[in-house]
Each structure stands twice: as C-alpha cells, then as structure tokens.
Design a binder for this molecule. Sequence first.
Ligand code: FES
Length: 86
Amino acid sequence: MEKLVVELCMGSSCFARGNAQTLAALETFLKEEGLGERVELVGHLCLGACSKGPNLRIGETTYHGLDTACVLDLVSSALKEMGARA
Ligand code: FES
C-alpha cells in the first residue's frame, strides 16, 4: 500500500512555534482513526524556512505557519486524495 509521507519539522524554531503539540495531536489522530499504516511520519531537523514556521511537508509541497488543526486537515485531505487515486 502506498504511504503518505508527512514530514514534520522538529527543528528548535518549529518545535517551539507549535510543532511539538502538533506532533502529539497528529500521532493521536492517526492512532484513533486507524491510519497508522497509511502514513509515514518523518521528523526533520530543519526544513530551511525557520522564519515561516511551523513547517510541514507532504509529498513535494511544503506548508508554512500551520497550527495543529490545519495540519490535521491537510493530512486528512491528502489521504482522501490518495484514496481517490488508488
Ligand atoms: S526549524 Fe523548522 S524550518 Fe528550520
């Protein structure tokens, strides 16, 4: 099964700006929704855009300034899109 690669920046800037909480929420969300097998969650040391953080990359696209709710929405949408393509 194709996995959605979600790269969450865990560098100090993004971590302090909210990705610490987002990581916890994302892990809980994936577990509760039974999506752990469909998502490969990767931590990054720095995505190279600290001033625009917190940052997240899904596939080839990097997203900036995301709060936790936005991250969960983006991951849900990307999974739906992937399901529609499969
Ligand atoms: S710490 Fe996240 S982009 Fe640098």
